[in-house]
Design a protein around this ligand. Structure first.
Ligand code: WT7
Length: 656
């Protein structure tokens, strides 16, 4: 994270930015919402659920048998109908749903709500032809193309749960996720455009499916026109199968608790968790928070969320929230520097984007690239800026507001997780006077409590662990195939409360500051990766004896992965030199998990620092990785080990 001076940190805790008066006057949500929700939380959520179209009304708002919740019991709805059909029926079929912008310049597609409905209907029919039924799981492994959104909604339409796997994950990661979910159909593409060139996706699916015998069909989008291997009978081109389907599909309503999707995320063990989300409560909270936190005016706003659909932000705030609200949005395929480092700002200018939702890591990258790039574009259409994924340092918050927001746009820092499904902690742009770097406080209808190590509430001021002490509509319903892990991970550390894994503190004005993970989960550019997962990948290499992985502070990505490795035999035995071996290990991790998990640095050391009881001293490794003053090493079995590692790092740093 960018170093702050003490002065900045101090001033950010006391400095406030008031909501713009014109925005506050016309805001969707006023301060009353907090009072209303505090008076009757369940009635508040029932009112928000009423913003959706239900086929059958619910009979009970929540059935809470801790830690299991059912929301809007007895209600039925179709999620895709709520995202498409009802907007068309309301006369908004010609409104653009997606302004899709491909990475290669000039490669664009606009899809209206009516057109999106037509394509989703055809895809729903295609999936049905492939034998997909309500309750089945479909794996989606696609680049950022409209077919990703279409596929997700088509699954929702027929009551099948999707499991989207980010395109940056490897064949092995696909095998794990397909197998755990029991998916029988995979939707992929020949490849996608990334950093100026075409990269392949289908080969990873082909490799994965050698180990997934239950997958019966693969639907393939043609995006890059590169050659692909073809399994006759199993593989179908999208254009062949989808385009010949009937253009309408009559959607059935499903129970409010019908599984909508699984999304795999890293935990503190090596195996990713399949987070299960269902329909009615999830859509209620996604739609309401998107409308309230961005003060959304669907008739006039152009919204842009820069997240990939492979992550939860893409699910909740690119697909379900915005489409449920019927807004026009931008969807961009590529990287921020494709076609020039001002690509994003040219998109904002061209499409007159009014709401931008992105991650601190992107903002810090733009800070490095300089003010001239956004300064050279007309960004006056912007009115609200959102941040998500990791703590935003006050300096980045201020830069975002001043340089991108022209000092007039409120910045809303939104805290939530894959597990929470939707935003939980955030300011409201027409209500809250914001402190730079703070997510301020829980949204109406959400209850958070900061507790100490014994689970006692710290009260109005003070630091500790962030917990949620009341159920919320979009909460995860469990971990797929692993109920005991669900109970252990979230509900056992502080009985009766959901433990988020984050540290937090209330300042002396009872404003909430998120302090990052307190477990072995790293946050790299807003992406969650577990230390154990990377360690398992490293030790699966035949030459690695032991590995310890830590997240070290990084100016741009928030944290960066640093791995300490010992080898079988001695370092001198390595055929290749240490540097080459480190490269080999990096490639090995990319193969096991995906390029996103490649360590920034691999330190090959003679031993790992351990306590006398044999526990690896991670805290110390973080210090070493960040090249800080070393802490107390007296509990080390062998203090010389630390010196040896530190020397290796010093030598590496000197080499540059
Ligand atoms: C973890 C969840 C929320 C969607 C993207 C990440 C961190 C997220 C913030 C924020 C401070 C944040 C937390 C959380 N995080 N947003 N505004 N301020 N930290 O979803 O991969 O499930 O990761 O991201 O540590 O636990 P995820």
């Amino acid at each position: 994270m960018t170093q702050q001076t003490g002065l900045e940190a101090l001033s950010s805790e006391s400095r406030r930015f008031e909501p713009p008066a014109d925005l506050a006057a016309k805001a969707n949500v006023s301060a009353d919402a907090y009072e209303q929700a505090a008076a009757d939380r369940l009635a508040f959520w029932a009112e928000q659920a009423g913003r959706l179209e239900w086929a059958t009304p619910w009979t009970e708002i929540v059935d809470w048998q801790p830690p299991y919740a059912k929301w809007f019991v007895g209600g039925t709805l179709n999620v895709a109908v709520n995202c498409l059909d009802r907007h068309v029926a309301a006369g908004n079929g010609e409104r653009v749903a997606l302004h899709w912008v491909g990475e290669p310049d000039g490669d664009t597609r606009d899809l209206t709500y009516a057109e999106l409905l037509r394509q989703v209907s055809m895809t729903a029919n295609a999936l049905t032809e492939l034998g997909v039924q309500a309750g089945d799981r479909v794996c989606i492994y696609l680049p950022m193309v409209p077919e990703a959104v279409i596929s997700m909604l088509a699954c929702a339409r027929i009551g099948a749960a999707h499991s989207v796997v980010f395109g940056g994950f490897s064949a092995q990661a696909l095998v794990d996720r397909i197998t755990d979910a029991g998916a029988k159909v995979v939707i992929t593409a020949d490849g996608g455009y990334r950093r100026g060139s075409a990269s392949a996706l289908k080969p990873a699916v082909d490799e994965a499916l050698e180990r997934c015998p239950d997958v019966t069909a693969v639907l393939v989008v043609k995006r890059t026109r590169q050659d692909v291997a073809w399994a006759e009978g199993r593989d179908h081109w999208w254009a062949d199968l989808v385009d010949r389907q009937p253009e309408s599909h009559s959607a059935q309503a499903f129970d409010a608790e019908q599984p909508l999707f699984l999304l795999y995320t890293s935990g503190t063990t090596g195996k990713p968790k399949g987070i299960l989300h269902t329909s009615g409560g999830y859509l209620t909270q996604c739609a309401w928070t998107h409308w309230a936190v961005f003060d959304l005016k669907p008739e006039s706003d152009v919204y842009w969320c820069t997240a990939d659909v492979g992550w939860v932000t893409g699910h909740s705030y690119l697909v379900y929230g915005p489409l449920a609200n019927g807004v026009t949005q931008v969807m961009y395929e590529g990287t921020p520097d494709a076609g020039g480092r001002d690509r994003w700002w040219s998109i904002v200018e061209q499409y007159k984007v009014s709401i931008l939702y992105t991650a601190p890591t992107a903002i810090r990258t733009f800070m490095k690239w300089g003010e001239d790039l956004p300064g050279g574009r007309d960004l006056s259409s912007l009115r609200i800026l959102g941040s998500v994924g990791e703590p935003i340092n006050p300096e980045a918050w201020m830069w975002y507001r001043r340089v991108i927001g022209g000092d007039r746009c409120p910045v809303v820092d939104t805290w939530w997780q894959t597990e929470t499904g939707a935003m939980m902690v955030s300011p409201l742009p027409g209500v809250t006077s914001c402190k730079p770097g703070s997510a301020m406080g829980p949204l109406p209808g959400i209850s958070v409590d900061v507790v100490d190590g014994e689970g006692r509430s710290v009260g109005e001021t003070g630091g500790g662990f962030l917990t949620l002490d009341e159920p919320w509509p979009a909460m995860l319903r469990g971990i797929w195939n692993d109920d005991s892990r669900y109970r252990d991970t979230y509900w056992s550390r502080f009985p009766g409360r959901y433990f988020a894994g984050d540290g937090a503190k209330w300042d002396d004005e009872h404003v909430l500051w998120l302090l990052g993970r307190v477990d072995d989960v790293m946050n790299i550019s807003g992406h969650r990766i577990s230390t154990t997962e990377v360690e398992s990948a490293l030790v699966s290499h035949p030459k690695v004896a032991e590995a310890a992985v830590v997240g070290a502070s990084d100016e741009t990505t928030g944290q960066a992965i640093v791995a300490f490795v010992t080898v079988k035999g001695t370092v001198d035995d390595l055929e290749s030199g240490g540097d080459e071996f480190a490269q080999e290990l990096r490639a090995h991790v990319a193969k096991e998990i995906g390029p996103i998990a490649k360590p920034r640095q691999i330190v090959i050391s003679p031993e790992l620092p351990k306590t006398r009881s044999g526990k690896i001293m991670r805290r110390l490794l973080v210090d070493i990785a960040e090249r800080r003053e070393l802490g107390d090493v007296t509990t080390l079995a062998d203090p010389a080990v630390v010196q040896a590692i530190d020397d290796t790092m010093g030598a590496a740093a000197a080499k540059g």
